[in-house]
Design a protein around this ligand. Structure first.
Ligand SMILES: [Zn+2]
Ligand SMILES: [Zn+2]
Length: 334
């Protein structure tokens, strides 16, 4: 069988790490460059945002209880929502894990780090296994905080606490809010991410997520529960904004399911013999590799503004090393 040739799209460094030949770009919106924006737009929607918006609609139609039930916080419907989330995460995350890491459908092609986490036993993980700890953290804490955040938002809506609108009242405004869900997600994530990189919070909270230096799908929600609380709090912007609970659910799915792309560990996902889609994983992979770069992605240009953007090129690598060196010199006692 013919297989894809990764060397057309990148090289391997002397440690065998895959380096794509591409330059990551921030969205062409600052200021808008119309022709580039038009060319970029499909990648804003496809494939991920369409999937997360569709999953929110699916939930809204089939799984969210009627408003009379949501008016009271009761363990029954919240537990049911938790079970639905567990099944959805197991299926969605599991699909990537099974194809790329268990069946190894494309072996190591396009994999950034040549090792697979299951091959490495390490004392720093529960049961000496990155996968076991990450799976347990995902379901024990991650999906729990996600479900509770959803429940609180739905409860607030059912009791009309907040600035909720209906689609009949404000269809155009709500469509615009839905369009900006990803921007809100990135801005929120950037701010909390910088916060948890401050020394005390890093040591006690965020270091857990960074144990996955070689991330895989189960690293996506492998966090300290306090980080989950901050992370999923993006949904509460919709209680403050005039918004609609369906869009708030989309915001949550963007956080919950949307954590996957950055942690796939592969630059491209192959399908068929000669086709592959870009996983959009490289920017956040560089964050896991180098820690002090790419706190967000290029959708909201905060990294670019604050000098922490790494676009994957050797020049960005040199700039990062110079910046870290000068930070260390400043921090060292004279
Ligand atoms: Zn991460
Ligand atoms: Zn981080």
């Amino acid at each position: 069988m013919q297989v894809m040739d990764e060397s057309v799209h990148g090289t391997r460094d002397r440690r065998g790490h895959y380096v794509p030949n591409k330059t990551l770009k921030i969205a062409p919106l600052y200021p808008p460059r119309w022709r580039e924006t038009l060319a970029w737009l499909p990648s804003y929607f496809l494939p991920w945002n369409v999937v997360f918006a569709a999953s929110a609609v699916l939930y809204w139609v089939f799984f969210i209880p009627p408003v009379e039930v949501l008016q009271t916080l009761e363990i029954g419907w919240i537990l049911r929502l938790y079970v639905i989330n567990v099944i959805a995460v197991a299926l969605f995350y599991g699909a990537f894990e099974v194809r790329l890491y268990v069946a190894r459908a494309q072996e190591g092609r396009f994999k950034f780090n040549p090792r697979f986490p299951s091959e490495v036993k390490s004392r720093q993980f529960w049961f000496r296994s990155q996968n076991v700890e990450n799976i347990l953290r995902t379901f024990l804490y991650g999906v729990t905080v996600w479900t509770l955040s959803a429940a609180l938002m739905l409860w607030a809506w059912a009791n009309m606490w907040g600035n909720w609108l209906s689609f009949a009242e404000a269809p155009i405004y709500l469509a615009i809010v839905a369009l900006f869900v990803s921007f809100l997600h990135q801005a929120h994530f950037y701010v909390i991410h910088r916060l948890i990189h401050t020394p005390w919070l890093y040591k006690h909270v965020h270091a857990i997520h960074h144990k996955s230096v070689n991330p895989s799908p189960w690293s996506s929600l492998a966090m300290h529960p306090f980080e989950h609380v901050l992370y999923f709090a993006s949904v509460f912007w919709h209680v403050l904004l005039p918004s609609h609970p369906l869009i708030a659910l989309y915001q949550l799915h963007k956080a919950g399911f949307g954590a996957i792309p950055g942690h796939i560990g592969f630059e491209k996902i192959e399908f068929g013999e000669d086709k592959a889609i870009d996983a959009h994983a490289y920017g956040h992979y560089l964050h896991h590799k180098y820690f002090e770069v790419n706190y967000g992605d290029g959708l909201v240009p905060f990294d670019k503004l604050f000098g922490t953007y790494h676009d994957g090129t050797p020049e960005a690598d040199a700039a990062m090393r110079a910046r870290l060196k000068s930070m260390r010199t400043e921090a060292a006692p004279s």
